[in-house]
Design a protein around this ligand. Sequence first.
Ligand code: COI
Length: 359
Amino acid sequence: MLTFLNSNQYVIDIQPTAHSRINEVDFNQLTFGKIFTDHMFECDYENGVWTNPTIKPYGPLTIYPGTKVLHYGQAVFEGMKAFKDADGSIFLFRPEENFKRINQSSERLAIPHFPKDLFFEAIEKLLHLDQGWVHQGQGHAMYIRPFVFASETGVSAAAATAYKFMVIMSPVTAYYSEKLKVLIAEKYSRAADGGVGYAKAAGNYAAQFYPTNLARAKGFHQVIWTDAQNHEFLEEAGTMNVFFRIQDTLITAPTSDRILDGVTRKSIIDLAHAQGIDVSIRKFSVTELIAAHQSGDVKEIFGSGTAATVSAISGFSYQENFYNIEDQDDSYAHLFKELLQDIQYNRSDDEFGWRHQVL
Ligand code: COI
């Protein structure tokens, strides 16, 4: 047994696998988030403390049917990525932001905070053990999924007293392989004022599946979510934040209790400022979007997120009308994706201090 002591005196019990599965993986044929690396991290919350931090072979969990998360959805997660550069060094992208956000999400779901040292050491240790799974090359990344769920058994509808915090990792390439056609939401909503929209709560995603399936049946990839009250303002695109390029100004909705404070979103805003591109963080209505389209001012729409990075939108539908968006030679979506990836793959200076070297 190997152990790993961090500054808070947590000892991670490390149980390396005897049989790596890496040779079974075709890294050129990856489906996003389907294959997981050899190891996973697990830590329990019991009697008011986080305990038993363990790294062990990736495998099934045994839980009772009465486990609270199965009944009340008390669970939150994060999405983060690690990249390997041309020399084989491995970097996380802005992991501090994910750490802060998982605890903000946890707080909203009445889940206890997780300690920072242990969060970082769990992920870094996993990346050390599974470093061969972080594939080199453009488009390749390790998608890291920390999550916490209520592991107490019992169906009384109250916050659990026991939780499990885990980290699993999946080698990935692009989330979307093509430009997206989206449907603007006129009936269903993703989030409401005072709700959990800003948190990465598992249930936020479950609630999107049904309306997204309806949109898919009509030939769309995703839904652009609008405000729950009047379906008037454009808020998010599927599981991504959304940007509108109107002439040469970039517009995105302000974060709120309905909108996720995306790490890629805020990185794009900083990159845009550094490029001298005007950014307007404000409410943007469907009416304004349609008017701008009619006057030829909608140059681009794109989504941003950890999984998707930057995903261009080829057109949107509203009230049964489809509005096409022409390709741009000087595409901002393309520019931001390149600038981000240059930082992530250690191909450019890290002027913002976003790279976190692990190995
Ligand atoms: C991410 O971008 O990390 C997300 O959370 C999207 C995920 C639902 C695939």
